[in-house]
Design a protein around this ligand. Structure first.
Ligand code: MG
Length: 98
């Protein structure tokens, strides 16, 4: 699934299934919560190596992406455009040898 489609899916899903609209700042808090869960999964990955941990990391990264899409939708940010902009910035840095 392309980034634009993923972001649209999150938007549509919110419109269809979310009866409550949390305040905007809470979506950012949720994103940080998901990042914390992802960090915990990575920490665990460096402890015991089990399949369950691998699944958790994948799941947590998915949660982070969905949460980021939600924040982007709230502020009308096109994540695909944002990604391409940042990609260009990095490529220019590489050209300059930075
Ligand atoms: Mg999570």
């Amino acid at each position: 699934m392309h980034l634009k489609k993923a972001q649209k899916w999150v938007k549509d899903d919110w419109e269809r299934h979310s009866k409550e609209r949390p305040e905007e700042y809470l979506q950012l808090i949720y994103l940080f919560e998901e990042l914390g869960e992802m960090a915990e999964a990575i920490r665990k990955k460096h402890g015991k190596k089990t399949k369950k941990v691998k699944i958790d990391l994948e799941e947590e990264m998915g949660d982070v992406l969905i949460s980021l899409c939600t924040v982007a939708n709230q502020y009308d940010v096109d994540l695909e455009k944002a990604f391409l902009k940042s990609k260009k910035k990095i490529q220019q840095r590489h050209k300059k040898g930075l």
